[in-house]
Ligand binder design. Structure first.
Ligand SMILES: Cc1cc2nc3c(=O)[nH]c(=O)nc-3n(C[C@H](O)[C@H](O)[C@H](O)COP(=O)(O)OP(=O)(O)OC[C@H]3O[C@@H](n4cnc5c(N)ncnc54)[C@H](O)[C@@H]3O)c2cc1C
Length: 421
């Protein structure tokens, strides 16, 4: 790119939404001069890491109700416009045309057949190349200013270009190691957009309890996140699945899914409760343990939980129940059995917060939806500007929904930008 070059459309950010915006714009207007500028030295750095390197790029059953917004009550209108009717099928077809052949896993999660995120990137970059779209890497956008009938886009190195339309697709703040440091919020704010405070989501819950003896253990559980105020508590969110214990946090997909509901509010502390025997009633757990006590009478207390939970979790629970090491099951009173049963049904941890942006998979919060058109993703603040992807105040649980939104909103923004010219 020559310094000061002129383009019809400039897309800021070569991530999921930016690449789709550029590809879609080129399909609408084949002769348009389109450039993607990216601050990293290579495009799509985050995409390689998605889905543990396999890229869960969409969900076949995606629907508007899968999405939330921190600043808007109910289903975000932007998700309604993108995912109503048969739009998911259309998007899957569109991506197949680009060479992304789906393989479906549980709950409609779509991965590339090869199971390699790199192949999703390769297909998108091939489409970018075929459409004659230019990608300029190492271009860290710091400022967008309107000059007559176009925008001047200035980089940190004082390089610049002009474009008649600009799509900001810089992502949020999640995964800072992939280049997402919230730059898009500042760029949007410079046009008068407001930003709903971004917080890390789809991430671990950090506990102050010493759980070091359970490191590496995995359990099936129902997790409840409770906001505690004084003597009362309210359910913030709940989910079921596999919970993993790290040195200082609870991890696993169901934990990630509830993390966005942890708000740092004055006077509210948080507690996570795990039900390790979800299909059993309180009473049936107690009866089960009472029955097992006879069979394991000459064994240490953790053995009472053999086959119910992993050994490390059994040791932790028996220590939380106050059983001294070496104590035998035969010595357990009914009150001890009750206490252990209660811990299996409600193993609670004080939660001090979530992990930071480096560990978060998505951002909750972002550019306010009230200032972005739900059909075209055009800015209500400037006719030159479009916004797409995680930058916006939309997020979803794990399962391919966040990339679905990034791709679909990128497509909508790119097409609308091209049509406006
Ligand atoms: C580890 C990890 C795994 C994930 N796995 C999944 C998954 O399997 N399925 C799923 O649905 N979602 C997943 N997500 C979430 C998903 O990747 C994001 O929601 C999605 O990538 C957002 O797309 P985007 O285009 O809005 O932003 P991004 O993909 O983050 O792209 C934004 C791009 O803009 C660039 N940029 C930022 N600022 C500037 C600037 N000032 N100038 C120029 N360029 C800039 C960035 O470098 C980046 O390349 C995962 C996230 C992480 C971190």
């Amino acid at each position: 790119m020559k310094r000061g070059a002129h383009y019809d459309i400039a897309v800021i950010g070569a991530g999921a939404s930016g690449l789709l915006a550029a590809i879609s714009a080129a399909q609408i207007g084949p002769g348009l001069r389109i450039v993607i500028v990216e601050k990293n030295s290579e495009p799509a750095k985050k995409l390689y890491a998605t889905g543990n390197g396999r890229c869960n790029y969409m969900n076949r059953f995606v629907k508007p109700e899968d999405f939330r917004s921190a600043g808007t009550e109910g289903v975000p209108p932007h998700a309604k416009s993108l995912f109503s009717g048969s739009s998911a099928e259309k998007m899957i077809r569109f991506l197949r045309e680009l060479g992304i052949e789906p393989r479906e896993e549980e709950d409609g999660r779509l991965y590339p057949r090869s199971n390699q995120a790199a192949d999703v990137v390769r297909a998108l970059l091939t489409a970018v190349g075929n459409a004659g779209i230019e990608i300029v890497c190492g271009f860290d956008v710091r400022e967008i200013s309107q000059i007559e009938d176009s925008c001047k886009i200035l980089s940190a190195e004082r390089d610049y270009l002009y474009a008649r339309r600009v799509v900001i697709a810089t992502g949020g703040k999640a995964g800072i190691q992939y280049g997402c440091t919230g730059d898009g919020y500042k760029l949007a704010a410079s046009f008068g957009h407001s930003v709903i405070k971004p917080i890390p989501a789809l991430t671990q819950l950090v506990t102050r309890d010493d759980i070091s003896m359970m490191v590496g253990a995995r359990v099936r559980a129902r997790i409840k996140l409770l906001g505690v105020m004084g003597y009362g508590s309210r359910l913030a969110a709940e989910d079921s699945g596999e919970v993993q214990f790290t040195r200082d946090s609870l991890s696993g997909i169901c934990t990630f899914n509830v993390s966005r509901f942890l708000r740092y509010e004055e006077g509210v502390s948080y507690r996570a409760e795990l039900d390790l025997m979800e299909e059993y009633s309180d009473q049936s757990v107690e009866e089960l343990l009472t029955h097992r006590r006879a069979g394991f009478r000459n064994e240490p207390v953790p053995m009472l939980l053999t086959g119910l939970v992993p050994d490390r979790v059994a040791s932790y629970i028996s220590s939380r129940a106050g059983a001294k090491p070496g104590r035998l099951c035969a010595s357990l009173e009914s009150s001890d059995i009750k206490r252990i049963a209660r811990l299996l049904k409600t193993l609670s941890f004080d939660i001090t917060g979530t992990k930071s942006w480096k560990d978060a998979q998505v951002t909750c919060g972002g550019v306010s939806l009230s200032e972005v058109d739900p059909q075209s993703f055009a800015s209500a603040r400037s006719k030159y500007l479009y916004l797409a992807g995680e930058l916006l105040d939309v997020d979803a649980r794990c399962g391919g929904f966040n990339l679905s939104f990034a791709f679909a909103s990128g497509m909508a923004a790119g097409m609308a930008a091209a049509r406006s010219l």
